[in-house]
Design a protein around this ligand. Structure first.
Ligand SMILES: CC(C)(COP(=O)(O)OP(=O)(O)OC[C@H]1O[C@@H](n2cnc3c(N)ncnc32)[C@H](O)[C@@H]1OP(=O)(O)O)[C@@H](O)C(=O)NCCC(=O)NCCS
Length: 186
């Protein structure tokens, strides 16, 4: 009797991106090198809106947290978000995308710090291809124990916004870890 050939199920291609007519896909092959990687997260189906992509409010909350990292390094104390000065959802985010949040300090005032945040998505099945999905600018204020604005120490306003010399940034620490392990970036 002739053996029945095994039925091979085709793997489904990765889900295509929502793309509006005439819209070009802006795929990047590199993540920014002039900003700090402050956070990475994978949104889950529970974070979706009724369209099946990720709820904008969820993205905003993550961006607020990511922006706070650089502000926190500058203020080195309590702070509060005073304003979201710019927020652009450039492309939808899908559940399962790996989101990378990059940030840098744009301005240090008397009590406030303005930071930019850019969010890049990467799909499991298209690793190494990134899309800028969101960009934002936020302002944080240094506050005292009563929640009132407080002056930021002068040293914090100098160009040395990143951790003190000798201490590695998240980005360089990650690069060292990867080099040591021989693994590829997530
Ligand atoms: C943040 C807070 C303490 C600031 O108090 P305030 O009396 O409004 O402070 P000021 O008007 O003196 O402004 C403080 C700084 O914020 C800046 N600022 C205020 N509104 C801003 C805006 N819309 N965009 C950019 N910067 C702004 C001011 O320019 C100032 O900066 P500088 O000192 O570096 O020049 C107060 O507004 C507050 O408690 N807000 C609620 C915060 C909150 O609940 N956030 C969400 C959870 S973290």
């Amino acid at each position: 009797m002739k053996p029945t050939p095994l039925k091979v199920h085709e793997t489904r291609p990765s889900r295509p991106r929502t793309q509006r007519a005439g819209q070009r896909a802006h795929t990047l092959t590199q993540l920014p090198s002039d900003q700090d990687l402050v956070m990475r997260i994978i949104p889950m189906p529970a974070d979706c809106n009724v369209n099946g992509d990720i709820f904008g409010g969820w993205v905003m909350a993550q961006v607020d947290l990511a922006g706070a990292v650089m502000a926190w390094r500058t203020v080195k104390g309590r702070l509060a978000t005073v304003a979201v000065n710019e927020f652009v959802f450039k492309e939808p985010v899908m559940p399962g995308d790996l989101l990378s949040f990059f940030s840098k300090v744009e301005h240090v005032g008397r009590t406030s710090v303005s930071v930019s945040v850019e969010v890049f998505s990467e799909q499991l099945h298209n690793q190494g291809e990134y899309r800028k999905v969101t960009q934002a600018r936020l302002t944080y204020v240094a506050i005292d124990v009563k929640g009132k604005p407080k002056s930021i120490p002068k040293a914090a306003a100098s160009p040395a916004q990143s951790p003190a010399p000798g201490k590695k940034t998240l980005k360089s620490r990650r690069a060292s870890q990867l080099a040591a392990s021989g693994a590829s970036p997530l």
